[in-house]
Design a protein around this ligand. Sequence first.
Ligand SMILES: Cc1cc2nc3c(=O)[nH]c(=O)nc-3n(C[C@H](O)[C@H](O)[C@H](O)COP(=O)(O)OP(=O)(O)OC[C@H]3O[C@@H](n4cnc5c(N)ncnc54)[C@H](O)[C@@H]3O)c2cc1C
Length: 420
Amino acid sequence: MGEMKNTVAVLGAGIVGVSCALELQRRGFDVTVFDRLAPGRETSYGNAGVIARSSLMPFNHPGLWSSLPRLLKNQSASFRYNPRFVAKNLPWALKFLSNTRTAVFHETTAALDALIRLSTQEHRRLLCEAGAAHRLRTSGWLFLYRSEESFLGSQLSRDTFAKFGIATQALDARELAQLEPHLKPLFPRALWIQDSLSVDSPGQVVEAYARLFVARGGRIRQASIGGLHRQGTDAWRVTEDAGTVHEASRVVLALGPWTKEFAKKSLGLSVPMAFERGYHMHYRAAGGASLGRPVYDTGGGYVLSPMEQGLRLSTGVQLTDLEAPKNLAQLDLAEQAAREAFPIEDRLEKEPWLGSRPTLPDSRPIIGECPGHAGLWLAFGHQHIGFNTGPGSAALLASMMAGEACAFDPAPFRPSRFIG
Ligand SMILES: Cc1cc2nc3c(=O)[nH]c(=O)nc-3n(C[C@H](O)[C@H](O)[C@H](O)COP(=O)(O)OP(=O)(O)OC[C@H]3O[C@@H](n4cnc5c(N)ncnc54)[C@H](O)[C@@H]3O)c2cc1C
């Protein structure tokens, strides 16, 4: 490759951007990553750290309709929405709901399964290469059910896990107590997803991946990017807010939830993305209690993950504007529910963390070259599972950019679903 032809500017240093940088570097590209913050400080910092095969179930699955009347009451810890946001984004909401169709569900679960399997393999390799393997837990994760009925209501999920050969084990209260002895006896049933990994600090994992990229000769520039323009036929100009301009033959847009506004402002592209915001707070376990794995209290609507910083309580979805002020009602409810389930002490931080899951109407990310914009590559929209699927997305994108065969058919992730 010629000198300029070989250069790639990756915009965004979350798990997706950093993973893309590593995969492109591995294929001989000369890569510079740009982020206004240090790597892994935004959405990729605050998530629950779960890398699970069960995450192939999208939020908009065919069973969503039966829980919709409850969710629309706007009172649960698992789901809140701002009616004005929904009205403003009605086409997104209608598409999201129409994608509960069985045919789309089959396509999405198969596509996400392939992406998750590749990502799991890539995470395992990267964690070793980056010296971060000590952060990995292989103890799976647990779905907890507060009643027999709610366990029975999860039949579609369990059938789907079985269809894809995902290792799970249904537990009764006694078996659950053996696995997690410090959980309170609140759950008559649980499902142990054994085909699942987790890490004790997703932010530190992204930092370790970024250090690996730099150790291998990659460059990371801490700068806010204000503009992106085509320069002639085979180059792009990336403009920092401070004015410095960089040229690259290709660009990867991996700005997570900020991609929507950036793509509109810089390129006039409309991306149908909504923001499924979520909060987290850390706690110390009381009285020497501990958890061996993340747990998802399906009735309480929260995930509790053992992290380096303490037990991380993360909330369900708040569908609203990216920059709307914090609303702590969901976190308060989730904390109340978590206290019923597990002995936790006071909050460890004054301010809860807030992040936004960037979600497209079919719950699949966009991975590929942008129609009508040669050399502009897209990698965003990873909704609830971007920490998990960042490395697999990167492997697909890098294979396509290098003109290699992909590990599997990338068509379900093609940008032309929504762009061009
Ligand atoms: C509460 C919660 C729990 C979650 N739990 C899980 C989980 O257990 N497992 C899982 O797989 N996923 C989980 N997720 C989802 C996951 O965190 C996201 O899908 C993923 O982090 C998205 O990564 P990203 O790299 O696309 O975005 P980000 O990590 O947000 O990266 C985008 C980067 O772009 C930078 N940026 C933006 N604009 C500019 C600009 N103009 N100039 C320069 N830089 C810019 C930002 O600083 C940021 O670093 C969870 C999300 C939330 C909110």
